[in-house]
Design a protein. Structure first.
Length: 79
């Protein structure tokens, strides 16, 4: 398996070490798990987005007066 060198400032490394210690993990294990968690988060977000897009038509039919803020034209925020 290839080796990877990652650089941190002293302050960043202190924070990462503290986070690893808080989870009871070595720095190496913490960084490994962090990468895996990020991949899983991205997969979850992609799945949730796909699910929401599939339901968009059904929602629009059920609530025809609801217009997403980005499409209102006046910049109003959702209530």
């Amino acid at each position: 398996m290839p080796s990877l060198n990652v650089s941190f400032t002293d302050e960043e490394l202190e924070g990462v070490r503290a986070a690893a210690a808080a989870e009871g993990k070595s720095l190496k294990q913490y960084l490994h798990d962090l990468g895996i968690r990020e991949m899983q988060r991205k997969q979850f977000v992609a799945g949730a987005t796909e699910w929401a897009e599939r339901l968009r038509g059904e929602f629009d039919e059920a609530f025809p007066d609801e217009v997403p803020p980005a499409e209102r034209g006046d910049g109003a925020a959702a209530a």
